[in-house]
Ligand binder design. Structure first.
Ligand SMILES: [Zn+2]
Length: 336
């Protein structure tokens, strides 16, 4: 009932697109909601992360003003609350929202205001994770993201991330950005071991990541798995997304059991509810079907997420209490 790895732009409800387009003064393709949903969702024959990432162009077009950011975050919290989640950490890259003249600070401030309003109105807690981006340009933009994260840390923002095309832009190219973040004591989570190998996870750990986004290719390196276990690093697994981007070749190769067998603490997440066409409950049910995990084992993964969440110890205790009380019922109840 906790989603720690959830991208804002990849989780926009198609029904909200017209309002977001209005708020961003952007044009949408003149199609119905179902066709819009298919434009926003990945095709079954998606070949790699690069193709998957193309699905973000349309939602990003309608997230270019403060009003649209505020609305999008609020609506996402409303949906998550409706799905029975008790905590969510929503991520986005402020530097991708500047096309209409917003600054990164304004984008984050607007998202934080939607977050505050959502927390007030709904029955869940939440935080924002700001993504730096892998790419050719962007060192100045990434440094600006670090600065903005520092400014909003504890006021909506809970951590910093590195996202984008991992295969094309290796993690070690961004070490200066993360050294700066470490100096400023901003918690780090890094997408690694998704479209690149175990070395990328090793680098992310050297840079100070306390959680790894995906991390599945760590399974090919005993040494890296040992570090993950010994340091109590959490993996943010996103099963459907990993199959869609071909990060793993087939469901059988998915290394969940290897991680659990090594004592590595895994969590279950959606990555992108709309792009991947999924929900948190669906992810748990898919893992249950594929790996034959019982309800207690699945609940253990949810408890891992409570331990991994960027919350106060008081909040953590409350989240665990709610998971203990509500998880089996939540999993059984209809609706995804
Ligand atoms: Zn991601």
């Amino acid at each position: 009932m906790i989603d720690l790895h959830l991208h804002l732009d990849g989780s926009i409800d198609p029904g909200d697109m017209p309002r977001l387009a209005e708020l961003s003064e952007a044009a949408l393709p003149q199609v119905g909601e179902e066709e819009l949903r298919s434009l926003l969702s990945v095709e079954p024959d998606c070949r790699n992360l690069g193709e998957y990432l193309e699905k973000f162009q349309l939602p990003l077009r309608v997230l270019q003003t403060g009003e649209s950011m505020e609305f999008a975050v609020y609506r996402l919290l409303e949906r998550l609350d409706g799905q029975g989640l008790c905590h969510a950490e929503i991520r986005f890259a402020p530097q991708l929202h500047l096309e209409k003249g917003m600054t990164q600070e304004e984008a984050v401030s607007a998202a934080a205001s939607g977050l505050r309003r959502g927390i007030r109105d709904f029955r869940l807690s939440a935080g924002l994770i700001l993504c730096c981006m892998r790419g050719e340009r962007g060192r100045a933009e990434n440094m600006e993201t670090v600065a903005v994260a520092e400014r909003f840390l504890g006021r909506g923002v809970c951590a910093l991330d590195l996202a984008g095309n991992e295969a094309a832009y290796p993690t070690d190219r961004f070490s200066d950005v993360f050294h700066r973040a470490m100096e400023r004591e901003i918690p780090l989570v890094i997408h690694a071991g998704e479209a690149a190998g175990a070395d990328s996870v090793r680098t992310a750990l050297e840079l100070g990541a306390v959680r790894i986004g995906h991390g599945i290719h760590a399974a090919s390196d005993e040494g890296v798995m040992e570090i993950l276990r010994d340091r109590g690093i959490f993996l943010e697994l996103c099963y459907s997304s990993n199959l869609q981007t071909r990060a793993v070749g087939s469901p059988e190769e998915y290394p969940l059991e290897r991680f659990l067998g090594r004592g590595i603490r895994a969590t279950v997440n959606t990555d992108n509810m709309t792009v991947s066409g999924t929900s948190l409950k669906r992810e748990y049910l898919l893992l249950q079907e594929r790996f034959g995990l019982g309800v207690e084992a699945l609940k253990g993964l949810a408890i891992n997420a409570a331990d991994a969440a960027f919350v106060t110890e008081g909040q953590r205790t409350a989240l665990k209490g709610r998971i203990e009380r509500e998880f089996p019922q939540w999993l059984r109840a209809g609706g995804r």
